[in-house]
Design a protein around this ligand. Sequence first.
Ligand code: LLP
Length: 447
Amino acid sequence: MTLLEIFPSLRSGMPSPRLDATVWPRRTHYDELGRITVDGVALDDIADRYGTPAYVLGETEIRDRCRSYRKHFPDAEIIYAAKALLTRTVAGWIADEGLGIDVCSAGELAVALAAGVDPGRIVLHGSGKPYAELDYAVRAGVGRIVIDSLTEVSLLSTVVTRPQRVLLRLTPDIDVSGHPAVRTGVADQKFGFPLHDETTAEAIRTILAHPLLELCGFHCHLGSQIHDPDHYGEAVRRLVARMAEVRREHGAVLTQLNLGGGHAVAYRTGDAELNLSELADIVDDALDAACARNRFPRPVIAMEPGRGVVARAGVTIYRVTAIKRVPGGRTFVIVDGGMNDNPRVALYGARYDAVLASRHPTGPQLTATVAGRCCEAGDLLATDVRMPADLHVGELLAMPCTGAYHHSLASAYNGVGRPPIIAVRDGRMRELVRRETPQDLLLRDIG
Ligand code: LLP
């Protein structure tokens, strides 16, 4: 008999060691029934009402993360990278908290505009923006467009009919390591312009000579899951030096320096995350030093966190649909979702934790692999996780840190529709995005 069984009331509000505040929304607890609650709502109740799998999203957590960015970087512009997660309501919360929004397609732009976000606070990105999207963005009055190629300089030159502020995306050749799919700061990849190259010089010359294009600064995005803040300091040093060269060569003083996103979060207990206080100090020191060395006026810094704002606000819930113990092999816990709602494991080898959400297990545990329902052997969600030995089919599992690049990367693979997004706050739940049904799939299939 454990203390918890003798005194079940001890469970209420008690953070379990497994509900680590670095990976779960900070308002996550066990209730008196031993169920996991997020911001006052039991995951079990969400599953009963909206079915599984479902993405649960903590509004308070997102708002708190926005505030934390603004507190740590009071002089910088914080622009949320919508590719991590975008719905009209989420865009509204983020704009409410004083952040700008970075979009990378007409679709994301349409959602941000539909949410009522001020177009002047929207930044458009992308390595291959089609003519029609540039035209749409310019007509919508998007505040800044980040130029990624010489082709884009030409396209934009013909599209603009009034002054348009632009940034030039540069690759400062900083290797932050990590998965090759998300290394973007090195020279040999598809994004932006090398720091020094004839194409870069031509882009700068052409934009400065254009009567309506206003080059206000440089942009870079070094990669994903960066936990060493020194990389950002190095980017500041290299890009400020490049800005000083532009002033020497053209007499133009660029005033904005956008350092992109890529701030690491912990997916599992013990994973390294980027410390925002350290980042603020390092960027500040690097700016002081670089501006003094180049006798260059301090540019306004912008940052574009996506994951850092929303990842830890998300929890995905699944029902166990089968349990298989392979003789001499692994124990598979199969759930009703999988790589169509979380392709990150198959794409990047991402690692997650999974926890029983419908009761607080106190008995013996075993090591299991949580697998999805898709028809691929690689459809795994979490490996080597501890599960109660008496786990049974029908029980509810929760996976934390699934707020970023989950809904936005989801697909209807295997004809399994994308899960709904259920927002929680102060004991209330509401559906932001409904489940994709077979009828939805048939609607697009116009035969
Ligand atoms: N700014 C730019 C220009 C970006 O390309 C990105 C992400 C961000 C900001 C935001 O990065 P974050 O702070 O969220 O790391 N699907 C991958 C991530 C790809 C990120 C692409 N660009 C994943 O699930 O890990």
